[in-house]
Write a protein that binds this ligand. Structure first.
Ligand SMILES: Nc1ncnc2c1ncn2[C@@H]1O[C@H](COP(=O)(O)OP(=O)(O)O)[C@@H](O)[C@H]1O
Ligand SMILES: [Mg+2]
Length: 313
């Protein structure tokens, strides 16, 4: 399987993109490129500016500053031409309650000026695993099926670039994995996919490259592996030890400490010294230690290391 590499030309170029709403900067001087044939993900917490960024690229909102070029065309002057080449799945797609799955696809295709045959519509439904639901109305679809229909609607104009805003939010793990498979299939056919997510695991396993976004700013951009390798020397420790957070934060061996439910999440550059000082602390407070482990760093740790917060908090 081919994945995008350094030599693949950029299909999207974004320079110094900014957008301010009444309540402040939603997108703050973003610059990045998306390469043809990659799954590019924006990972960030709620309110980070993911939807705003995506909707500017989709031509649905206007930036205050910066430049966006898609397939070599400027978004500001070639909005209509660009819309013909992209597929868009919004964060919440409203499906029409009175149309069957088949009819929704047919209607969307007509809106783009296509007159697809029944066989072509069924072929599209096949791509998203919905042939068995062609005659069903939207309220008879599961959450995962609704998201797959929304994806099919984003594909009616055979776009080169597909934008997906939180495609798997709220889905159970099995439905999420089914969507990942479909998205990978699209990438393997040469499509470029730009998606947003606040799921660390989704960014890590699905995306070829990940841009980590926080408060409208891009804080890191690389392959998931490179982002995690960038934490070389940083180890994560989790423990249920019931000791005061402020005491843990005061330990010189701990670079980050925060509470996550019943657990403490800790980062350190020196595992042995950190474990020793945590054990000392637990002893001093006579705290139970039913769980204490060192874990492999993941993108959550990358985010924590860059921003001092977890994605969920
Ligand atoms: N239409 C809007 N009007 C005013 N503020 C908005 C609007 N859309 C988003 N925002 C604000 O901009 C920031 C980024 O929002 P958004 O792009 O939706 O983030 P995300 O998709 O990462 O959750 C948030 O602070 C949000 O409240
Ligand atoms: Mg959003």
């Amino acid at each position: 399987m081919e994945t995008a590499n350094q030599s693949t030309p950029p299909i999207i170029q974004v320079e110094n993109l900014s957008k301010t709403y009444g309540n402040g900067k939603a997108v703050d001087d973003l610059s990045f490129q998306v390469r043809q044939g990659e799954i590019f993900g924006f990972l960030g917490p709620n309110g980070a500016g993911k939807t705003t960024t995506l909707s500017i690229l989709e031509g649905l909102r206007q930036a205050d500053g910066g430049r966006v070029s898609i397939l070599g065309m400027d978004i500001a002057s070639k909005t209509q031409a660009i819309k013909q080449c992209i597929g868009v799945q919004l964060q919440s797609t409203s499906l029409l309650p009175d149309l069957t799955v088949f009819e929704q696809v047919q209607l969307f295709a007509r809106l783009y000026g296509f007159q697809p045959s029944a066989a072509e519509i069924m072929a599209l439904l096949e791509k998203v695993g919905l042939t068995g639901k062609a005659k069903a109305f939207p309220d008879k679809l599961s959450g995962g099926q609704q998201q797959r229909l929304a994806l099919a609607l984003a594909l009616v104009n055979q776009p080169e670039i597909i934008f997906l805003d939180e495609p798997t939010t709220g889905l159970d793990p099995q439905s999420r994995r089914a969507l990942w498979e479909i998205i990978r299939g699209l990438r393997d056919q040469g499509k470029t996919i730009v998606l947003t997510t606040h799921y660390m695991e989704e960014a890590e396993t699905l995306c070829d490259r990940v841009g980590i976004i926080d408060h409208g700013r891009l804080v890191a951009l690389d392959t998931p592996g490179a982002l995690i390798n960038g934490l070389a020397g940083v180890a994560s420790i989790t423990t249920t030890a019931d000791v005061p957070l402020s005491d843990v934060q005061a330990l010189p061996t701990i670079t980050h400490a925060q509470r996550d439910g019943t657990h403490l999440l800790l980062q350190t550059a020196d595992v042995v010294a950190a474990l020793r000082s945590i054990l000392d602390l637990a002893e001093r407070y006579r705290a139970n230690l039913n769980d204490l482990h060192i874990k492999q760093p993941n993108l959550e740790d990358v985010f924590l290391n860059l921003t001092g917060r977890t994605i969920r908090s």
